[in-house]
Design a protein around this ligand. Sequence first.
Ligand code: BGC
Length: 741
Amino acid sequence: MKSSRRNSHAFFVSVVIILLSFAPLASPQIPPQPKASTFAWMDSSLSPDQRAELVLQQMTLDEKIQLVHGTGWGILIPGNSIPPRSNLGAGYVPGIDRLGIPDINLADSAVGIRLAAVQSRYATLLPSTLALAASWNLQSAFLYGSVIGRELRDQGFNMSIGGGVDLAREPRNGRTWEYAGEDPILAGSIVGQLARGVQSQKIMGDIKHYAANDQETGRDIVNVVADKRAMRESDLLAFQIAIGISEPAAVMCAYNKFGGLYACENDYLMNQVLKKDFGFKGWVVSDWMATHSTTRAALAGLDMEMPGDGFFGAPLKKAVESGEVPLARLNDMVHRILRSMFAAGVIDYPPMPRRVTDPFRGLEDAQQIAEESIVLLKNAEGLLPLSVARVKSIAVIGSHADVGVLSGGGSAQVDAPGGNALDHKPGTAAWDNPLYFPSSPLKYIRKKTPDAKVEYNDGKDLAAAAAFAKSAEVAIVFVNQYMCEGRDFETLSLPDHQDALVQAVAAANPRTIVVLETGSTISMPWLPEVKGVLAAWYPGIGGAQAIANILFGDVNPSAKLPITFARNEKDLPHPQIAGIELRRKVKSQWDRLPPFDVNYDEGVKVGYKWFEAEKKQPLFPFGFGLSYTAYSYSKLKIDEKQRQVTFAVKNTGARAGAEIAQVYVQLPAAAGEPFKRLVAWERVPLAPGESKTVTLSLTPLYLSIFDDKKNDWSLIPGEYKIHVGPSSQEAPLSASLHIHE
Ligand code: BGC
């Protein structure tokens, strides 16, 4: 399957080119559904569960089976027959016409809608979700999801596949940029708001990949070995929070195994934790081709096989007829699907495909989110912001900064308007081929500085790049790390000799600034030699404008790291990615590896918790980010009864800005957790000299430990040390909160 999938991309590109040349506007043709107003379940005063039950009573066994699997990857797989009503997204489940139940058309849409060029349309490329997490801004996360939801409606889809919330346990994971960092509370809150934003547009949302799909190496075979308490307080907590906030239509179970069983046939993950403990009411859909059985999967809680019918088609019907899978279980699957359709509003408010001609209509939102997500990591001697009035010449170097900004690859890849900015061939992106979006940093830097000499060098020849840098007053080097689903990075080093490029440029020009377009964290052997570093992640279609606005101070950076930057691999819990040796022995990235384990014996100590407990100093800590102004913290007060923390933040500098004030808690010793946890934060916009009082409530769940024996959360009595400040490593304010029995 996997190897054919790769070949299929070449085929796919040709199909798209053909489609684009012969059908300039292949608008989705969704036939009108039968008049449904007479059905009892169309009474919207009934609850989604009541409505689902009414439909279910009318359904035949075949209709039920029809609803629990679908087709997918349509034109990506050569020879696939594409159902006429498929909207050509990642998946399609035919509806039940006679009962007025519409089709489900699913589109991959983690950072914008994938495969939009197939429809001769384009979708907004938002910054990566890791970038979004760097904004720590829940309203922006909601906006992010709303942009995706709105565009899905316009394109005739009624379900989004996105919402990745696997924790960044492994920063070399090739999908780190599709997730929201290493902290369960930050990641869960951001992704929960994102999915809520999607669903605010009456589109069904999902959360994925459940659970602990924290590396791509051997993702379809690797077995995650981890302590249950640790998982409930880390990876599974992120899911719990995201699902609690968004009440998504679906949760996608992952490729990997967990505790010896595939995630999609894992009773503990699906039945016990997700459905029982989290109270999830939607349906569990398998990741694509991640269903491995009929009865075992059905009884463990899987509700939909995607794509294909190998397990949940005829074999499931047979299993139900023989009583091996109780009819009640099939009814539960169908109920969950129908109730989610009613709850999201896709039956009452079906999407109406519109012809939208402006491919850049989401740019302003994307740019705003990018501006909130670019982290200023270093600013020696106050070199930044650059002064438009004073700077006379700038050398812009590397990473195709003359034409565009990089995006991430795989199933979250969005098509670029006009095609890859490197070669302008319109159509859909190929797998594992770095795609640049037409947002040129060079152009926007020039726009800011019409009187300066701003030139570009591609950075391929180090000596030439150094000489070029020497000739300018300031050198800005763009470096990148292209990540793509399906493979991990082996190291934290920048690929393609870019470290040497930065070193050469910095040696030639003492005023060197580095702009990172990366999917995850990197090591920076050249850090002492450069004056400035900006982490711009994959910044989306408004990326160049946002980068220029930060470089020149039109926007004051406010973002903070949602992930720890380690100095090198040796400091990580796993200096080497599990299975990487096995991977080196096979030819293609899609070749199946022999079974192996990844043992997360660092437990709950993900990211900054690991560094703190192990007393290792990272390169840049979680929660860190500089600003062009300065902030001070004072007046910490703890209200023990209300469990509230109050403090003041003041902008002591001369520029307006926004400070992300963070609250961390160290639990009583009895918890056995020798590190702090993030428990609350607030993004505080402040004018120069302005001070604001912030009051934050401490959510009991975030202070609790998971008691394995009771299978429940427990708030242990004792002294909780509260630390308030600008990052996980700086706490200008501290106090204690006592929790009594
Ligand atoms: C990915 C999912 C994606 C699905 C459909 C899988 O390979 O893991 O994230 O939604 O494909 O394209």
